[in-house]
Design a protein around this ligand. Structure first.
Ligand code: UD1
Length: 421
């Protein structure tokens, strides 16, 4: 298991290219199961989670070729010859549950293991299952697997989600494309990844409207065809790298960044005293002068402040001027980075879903442990601003979601190294 060693050395300056979105790619890939014609994704990120999804789709009979160094994924699901998504693959990644809707919709049956994934709370999949049941699926939970059947195919339905779920919206949206009749997904997620999925499905021949709003309408069609689709920019990678110059006091242009992907996050940074400039290549970010101001942050579904940027924002606020309150509304137990930041000298108190962060003048390097994907990158950000060396262990979490992180930061002047443990 590798470690990453970061040595704080002052302001970072330069350009950072932002990759295609992990979470969009992980939902676009299972869409291949909806059609017997090829689906090609461009702008794919090169991450271990993508390899896990490749292994899962391949185990079901899909052909997935990784081209151009992994940036193009050429997929074909002409024959689905296995209808069981095995625990051994599914447990590695929660997004595996996204094969359920497409397989059920095209094949009328599927068996999928219940997923594991990041340790950030209970994270059940009941909303996914209820949506598919509303479309006529018979579901049985046996030995940790969901056994799903839709005799005569899925039927269009009105699905009202009791609260917003990205994954459940994605599963239901894919399933509805091949269901008989009209489906309406109410209180649907509005994340850019949902819009990206809907746009790809429309290219494949699906009839969808209202994506990007809370009510998505899908008119089922008999079959979908092939398509080529570029994966949307990763808004979480974008937000993460936007923080690098802020936390170190430099200036970085995030190439490919768009404000509309991270609007609420930009608003908070500006409130903290950060300058954000839209350029013709992306977004330039710089910390005007001195410390940033403390700000209060509440995570919410899109277009609110993303839960996937909460840990990184906390790293920044550790050295802000004043006291910040961060409220986590999406996942319980998503402050596992707090004790690690405290090891670096941060002053943080956690009570339930609320963390109170009193800004200190400077963090100090320490050995710390990555506990989940976003927590791991928050520790790297903190290390960039700290005095001395920060050694982050368990970086396999990081590799699930950030491609070439050392290379990207080093290009801006960071001292960061990966060392085998
Ligand atoms: C997706 C993202 C994840 C991100 C999250 C919120 C992927 C692969 N993952 O996760 O990185 O942090 O959106 O933006 O795209 N819930 C239920 N029952 C369900 C489904 C969800 O209770 O059936 C709960 C969850 O525990 C959580 C909340 O609903 O408290 C939101 O979860 P959801 O939006 O579904 O997140 P994911 O799709 O798992």
């Amino acid at each position: 298991m590798d470690k990453i060693v970061v040595t704080g050395n002052g302001p970072l300056n330069g350009d950072i290219p932002i990759a295609g979105a992990k979470n969009a790619c992980l939902t676009l890939m299972p869409a291949t199961l909806l059609s017997d014609e090829p689906l090609t994704l461009t702008n794919a990120p090169r991450l271990s989670d993508i390899q896990t999804m490749t292994a899962l789709l391949s185990s079901l009979g899909a052909e997935v070729s990784s081209l151009q160094g992994g940036q193009v994924l050429a997929m074909s699901s002409h024959d689905i010859d296995n209808h069981t998504a095995d625990y051994d693959i599914v447990r590695k990644m929660r997004a595996s549950i996204l094969v359920l809707g497409p397989m059920l919709a095209r094949e009328g049956h599927a068996i999928v293991s219940l997923p594991g994934g990041c340790a950030i709370g209970a994270r059940p999949v009941d909303l996914h299952l209820k949506a598919l049941e509303a479309m006529g699926a018979d579901l049985d939970l046996k030995d940790g697997y969901v056994h799903a059947r839709a005799k005569g195919g899925l039927k269009g339905a009105v699905v009202e989600f009791p609260f917003v779920s990205v994954g459940a919206t994605e599963n239901a949206l894919m399933a509805a494309t091949l269901a008989k009749g009209t489906s309406v997904l109410k209180n649907a997620a509005r994340e850019p990844e949902i819009v990206d999925l809907a746009e790809c499905l429309i290219k494949m021949g699906a009839q969808i409207s209202g994506h990007g709003t809370s009510d998505i309408t899908v008119q089922g069609v008999d079959r979908l065809h092939g398509a080529t689709h570029p994966v949307v920019t990763d808004r979480i990678e974008l937000g993460t790298y936007m923080l690098a110059p802020v936390i170190t006091g430099g200036e970085v242009e995030c190439i490919g960044g768009k404000r509309e992907l991270v609007g609420a996050f930009c608003d908070k940074l500006e409130e903290a005293g950060v300058d954000i400039i839209e350029t013709n290549r992306g977004l330039t970010v710089k910390r005007a002068n001195g410390q940033v101001n403390a700000v209060n942050v509440t995570t919410e579904p899109f277009p609110g402040f993303p839960t996937d940027l909460q840990a990184q924002m906390m790293a920044l606020l550790c050295t802000a001027d004043g006291t910040s309150v961060l409220e986590e509304k999406i996942f319980e137990n998503r402050f596992m980075h707090a004790p690690e930041l405290i090891r670096m000298g941060a002053d943080i108190e956690v009570h339930g879903g609320t963390a109170t962060v009193k800004g200190v003048e400077r963090l100090k390097g320490a050995p710390v442990m990555a506990t989940d994907l976003r927590a791991s990158v928050s520790l790297i950000l903190a290390g960039l601003a700290a005095e001395g060396d920060t050694v982050v262990s368990r970086v396999y979490h990081l590799d699930r979601g950030y491609e070439r992180v050392e290379e990207k930061l080093r290009a801006c002047g960071a001292i960061i190294e990966r060392v085998p443990e």
